[in-house]
Ligand binder design. Structure first.
Ligand SMILES: [Zn+2]
Length: 142
């Protein structure tokens, strides 16, 4: 016996047809409802059937909603990651970047200060400055 399921064109439930290739609905009830619904079409050019969503369609709508939310979340993440590459740097970006670059850089080819202070190049003032042995920023480098 052929147990291939058909899907009812009204309630979208699966059913085993008694008359294969002909039977479109799982029951006389669905066939009747579908017939009545057919007469509620919007216009001759628009054959979409209006009427309340059936059980399956409601589930699908929820699924689509979840999928859309997932896609939206993915897009947001994607934008955060990829769009930043193409986006021009804002003044805020530059400020944040400049704050990450160390301001003081140890200068190696200049003599120490009078009291043995270490010379640094100040990136902000563009001048050589001296610090007593300890400057927290570059501490790890010497
Ligand atoms: Zn049915």
């Amino acid at each position: 016996m052929d147990t291939k399921y058909y899907v009812c064109q009204y309630c979208h439930d699966e059913f085993i047809p008694k008359r294969r290739y002909i039977q479109k609905f799982c029951s006389a009830t669905c066939r009747s409802k579908a017939h009545h619904q057919k007469n509620k079409t919007v216009s001759s050019s628009d054959k979409r059937v209006i009427g309340p969503l059936n059980k399956i369609e409601k589930m699908s709508a929820a699924g689509i909603g979840n999928a859309a939310a997932g896609a939206l979340a993915a897009d947001v993440v994607k934008n955060l990651i990829t769009k930043n590459h193409d986006r021009p740097a804002t003044k805020g970006d530059i400020l944040a970047l400049s704050q990450k670059i160390e301001r003081f850089h140890r200068v190696l080819n200049i003599a120490l200060g009078i009291n043995g202070e270490l010379p640094y190049f100040d990136m902000v003032t563009k001048k050589i400055v001296y610090f007593k042995n300890t400057i927290p920023i570059n501490k790890n480098k010497f």
